[in-house]
Design a protein around this ligand. Sequence first.
Ligand code: GDP
Ligand code: IMO
Ligand code: MG
Length: 423
Amino acid sequence: MAVDLLLGLQWGDEGKGKIVDVLTSDYDIIARFQGGPNAGHTLEFNGIKHVLHTIPSGIFHENSENIIGNGVVIDPVIFQKEIDELSGFNIDFAKKLFISRKAHLILPTHRLLDTASETAKGKAKIGSTLKGIGPTYMDKTGRNGLRIGDIELSDFMDRYNALRGKHLEMLENYNVDIQFDLEELEREFFLAIDSIKKLKFIDSEKYFSDAKKGGRTILAEGAQGTLLDVDFGTYPFVTSSTTTAAGACTGLGVAPGDIGDVIGIFKAYVTRVGSGPFPTELFDADGAQLAKAGNEFGSTTGRARRCGWLDLVALKYACEINGVTKLYMMKADVLSGFDTLKVCTHYKYRGEKIDFFPYNIEEKNIEPIYTEVPGWKKDLTKVKSSSEFPENLNKYVEYIEKETGIKIEVVSVGPDRTQTITM
Ligand code: GDP
Ligand code: IMO
Ligand code: MG
């Protein structure tokens, strides 16, 4: 058995949901290994658009099993809403959606702490999705967290109340004015906990060990992106989990030697939502064109995404950290119409020209150095095969392949399942 991985190479929203859905027919099992409801993975098929937050993007395929691994953090309320929204699709959740007992629970008070922390930071805020991600992972590593498996224990309420009490004390210490109705939040929470109990809880490490013995195929679906990784991202403007390849081992319970292909997925340009450095960000008409053509609004929060040119320094860094074996380039259609495209090849870092991603990429330290490549006018959204690609798109693809040393196997030309071109 090999576990293949699909990971975002930028600041998230590369199009992971779309591609996992496209690839699901090649796999028996789709598994999320980190992140939580901060993710928003969009799928489009048969004229339907759907955004998933916690549920793996293989859920629409009849024969796939979908696993929420131990590395994921789950908000039962958001999770229940996701399930309710899928009610029209005739999905047998009890049969095909399993949750690791070791996945951590996001409590209502985790969400409040996230809001308090961001409010207290003021201008220096991370731009969090405010889903309680940071505080929940803090409780996990601080060894205070509550896990899915705890729901089955007779003293679950005692554990809940102990943690809730700690959180309320912490909230007071923040000394910020946030309004909330905890009673109502808890009412929703416990209703959702009752519903979640209807699903099958598993020990994911045992599940994957059995899957391996049975020769079943697995695709691990990353959330967020490499540049949001808690270690290798643009800290502190990152999320609180390991979004890179190593996260799949710790977030599912599979051994490094069982990892097969690492599919790295990137936009043909770059976007970022939330705060933090972004060397190739555009503030001009080109940036506005990318945002408009790419419809760049966050799938989870609806916030406008910041847009910029492709950054090869960051892309190569992401390929190395993850050991990417195949590249998928998304949203090529959005680049149609530019006379010239810019690609960042180096940074000027404290006066020196460098080609690696340094410790501190804050604006005051970094100036991007660009090369220009010719653009194309053709609308790509109706293209059915790479033989119909304009020559300058082929050149763009070849240029990125040469720079990264990795083949681009798929070029995506629209949000729909069918707008996916294998090279
Ligand atoms: P994810 O978080 O990586 O799954 O990505 P999101 O779903 O948050 O954001 C990607 C957005 O781009 C979604 O609205 C997709 O429907 C859309 N999308 C995906 N691939 C393409 C593409 O090739 N072209 C265009 N125009 N849109 C795409
Ligand atoms: P998907 O899986 C894009 C960003 C937030 C913020 C930072 C920390 O859809 O690609 P958090 O809520 O984790 O505390 O926020 O990370 N962020 C994402 N940006 N796509 C995502 O997920 C993201 N998940 C978190 O905007 O800057
Ligand atoms: Mg997204």
